[in-house]
Every structure is written in C-alpha cells, then in structure tokens.
Design a protein around this ligand. Structure first.
Ligand SMILES: *Cc1c(COP(=O)(O)O)cnc(C)c1O
Length: 382
C-alpha cells in the first residue's frame, strides 16, 4: 500500500536545496598548517586503532561570531587546546550546539559526505533555539570541505571506517550574566573511526526509562545541544548497572509513548511489513538517518507511519509476534538492531531482523558509493 504524500519538513526541504560544488566552496577557511603535526608513529597508531571519538586529526576549522561584525576569522588551524576564560558563558549556561556527520573514503580515493545540507539546516535550527547565531549553509559546508582537504590522510580507508566530523559552536563571551552571548566560536574537529560493529550488526539491550526524561514540550529536545545529553547520563549509568547498554525515553505527559534513545531515533517493524517511527513532536531530534530511511521506504511503496507509538503495544506485539524488529538509527552507528527491551515490569528479546539488515545495507551502499544515489544525498568533499 502506498503511503500518503509526505510533505517535507523544514530540514528536509532545506537539505534538498542544491549546494555549490566543493571546489567552488574551497578556500573560504584558509589553511594555516599545523607546525607540529602527529608523528608517523602516532598517526599509524591512531589509524590502526580507529577508536570512535578518542583521537583527533592535525587540524580544525574555526570561525568566530561577534554581535558587531558577524562571522569572521575563518580558517583551518592546528588542532589543540582552546584558550578560554573561566568567565566564558558556555561554562555556566550551556549555550552550545553541535552536529555529527561523516566523511567516507571510496575505493577510488575520493572523499564524500552524506546530506551536508541537512546538517547545515539543523545546526541553524539548533542555534535558533539556543539563541546562538545562524550561519550560511555554504559556510557550514565550506568548513567541512576545507577541514577535510587539510586532513585528507586522516580519512580512513578500511571497510566501514570514516572520519567522524564534529562541528560545534558555543558562547565564548566573558560574561556571567544571563543573556545571549555576543561572542561565539564555531569549530569542526574530526575523529578517525572504525566500523561501529566489528562483526556485522550486533544487537543492543535497551532500558525503557520511566523516571527520567531527556527533554520535554517546549524545551530543547529537537535541538542538538549538549544539555540533552547531560540529562541522559544518569539514567544511562543506571541502565548500564542493570546490564543494558542504552536508554529509551518516553513522553513526559503520560509516559506511554516511545520517543527516542539518548542519541538515536527508533523504528518498529511490524510482522506485516509496516514500519513505524515516533512522529516529530518537537521533543525528539529530527535525525538525518531517520529522514533518509523514511524516504527510502516510502519510495519503495512501503507502508510507513510516523505516529504515536504506545510502549505497551510494542511489548505486547513482541510477545505475540506482531512486532518483528526494533532498531535505532543515527549517523554514528547508522542502524543498530535492538534485541532486548527491559524495564521494571517487562524484559523481552527479539532477533536481528532482515528489514533492519536490508536498511543498513542500502544506506551504507549509497554512502560508500557502492550503489547509485537516486536522492542526491552524497556530496563530494575531495
Ligand atoms: C544526533 C541525534 C540523533 C540522530 O540524528 P542523525 O542526524 O541521524 O545522526 C537522534 N537523536 C538524538 C537525540 C541526536 O542527538
């Protein structure tokens, strides 16, 4: 059955606008080479370990915003400690936002990324909510282009590996008083990372959290901001102590509906083939991966629904066989099968399903250029 016509969200519409080619954007962030780059031994060590988010490359992109001048000081500079005063307001009021996006090296040596226009739109969406300045989407993409071109050798070649890019901005004005900062710094750093699951897709055990929430109506849930993650850490620790690896949050009004994990969106695959995901409520984060999966499934003509999903129905469905698969998705791990859901009053298991595997393969084939990209999602950085 064909799904009803999907009206693109604001982020999707913005993501679909054409971007200039990387060669046209290159040079907006001029390079000042790191005078003391990693030694060959350190480089080898990092590139053979590929631990996610632990080690960073020789450079970083940077620009600064001031109320008087706007965005200025664009450059790619040596990666290293920042010089921040203790009175910088980010330390006190958490005025900061970030993004997560990857650079992939293909077999022919070219380096690509996935839907950078989406992340550009989202950092501006997040910035608006946190009263931070927005930036031109071309500048966001140019920061990735110039940074990746400076550190090309740090984009891993191993199967499934990538350079994880972390753009972020924060209030650096020296002022301990509550008002939106008049000085803001933006950086892009990158961490060479291996494939998330070493032996194919492995399932994770998820604790469904009744006591704590990561975000609420009218709050910052739809913005990619560190505070949401800070709020998820205590429940995360408690879930780990119970033998679960991550937490699923429920809606704050009734505690009945699935929202998302601390850093990933969720999908439920029914035995009849219907695929469901929690609707965008303003509380959950509008994932790029979520949006891509929805589009692929819709264009296949699948029955795909964004709707409220009642936790109790999912648990019952797992027990009766009506629910076949549950998975989480996000840029870091792409697609993560959920093979156990537990809480105070239930503990159920389910297998890694074919639909989950198939979606993971289709997405990663497009990202690494092993399959055609009918959506124009891939963008060549170098
Ligand atoms: C980043 C993030 C996601 C996933 O978004 P992608 O764009 O797919 O990487 C989902 N939930 C939260 C809370 C996030 O921060």
């Amino acid at each position: 059955m064909a799904s009803i016509q999907h009206i693109p969200t604001e982020l999707e519409a913005s993501a679909d606008l054409a971007l200039p080619a990387a060669d046209e954007l290159a040079g907006r962030f001029p390079l000042t080479p790191n005078p003391a780059p990693a030694s060959p031994e350190t480089y080898e060590d990092i590139m053979s370990t590929l631990a996610f988010g632990r080690k960073f490359t020789d450079h970083m992109a940077h620009m600064r915003w001031t109320r008087e001048v706007g965005w200025t000081d664009h450059g790619v500079i040596a990666y290293g400690p920042l010089n921040l005063v203790p009175g910088a307001s980010v330390f006190h009021y958490s005025q900061s936002v970030f993004e997560g996006i990857k650079a992939y090296k293909r077999a022919d040596g070219s380096v690509w990324t996935f839907r950078p226009g989406y992340n550009a739109a989202r950092i501006n969406h997040s910035a608006r909510r946190l009263a931070l300045p927005e930036m031109r989407r071309e500048d966001f993409v140019a920061s990735l282009v110039d940074y990746v071109r400076a550190d090309l050798k740090w984009v891993p070649e191993a199967e499934g590996a990538s350079l994880y890019l972390r753009p972020f901005m924060f209030a650096s004005e020296e002022f301990v008083g509550i008002h939106p900062a008049g000085v803001v710094d933006y950086y892009v750093i990158g961490s060479p990372s291996g494939r998330y699951f070493k032996n194919g897709l492995s399932g994770v055990a998820i604790w469904v959290e009744h006591e704590y929430h990561r975000a609420g109506p009218g709050g910052t849930g739809s913005a990619k901001t560190g505070g949401n993650y800070a709020a998820s850490l205590l429940p995360q620790i408690r879930a780990e102590a119970r033998g679960f690896s991550q937490v699923c949050f429920l809606d704050t009004w009734e505690g009945r509906y699935l929202e998302e994990l601390g850093g990933m969106n969720m999908f439920v695959v029914m035995a009849d083939g219907t695929v469901r995901t929690p609707e965008l409520s303003g509380v959950i984060l509008e994932g790029c991966t979520r949006s891509a999966i929805l589009r692929m499934l819709r264009e296949e003509g699948g029955d795909v629904r964004e709707e409220k999903i009642v936790l109790a129905d999912v648990i019952e469905g797992i027990c009766s066989g009506a629910v076949a698969e549950v998975f989480a998705c996000g840029t870091a791990a792409m697609v993560t099968p959920i093979t156990r859901l537990g809480s105070d009053d239930f503990d159920v298991e389910l297998p890694v399903g074919d639909k989950t595997r198939q979606i993971h393969r289709r997405l990663t084939d497009i990202q690494w250029g092993r399959a055609a990209d009918p959506y124009g999602w891939t963008y060549r950085l170098a």
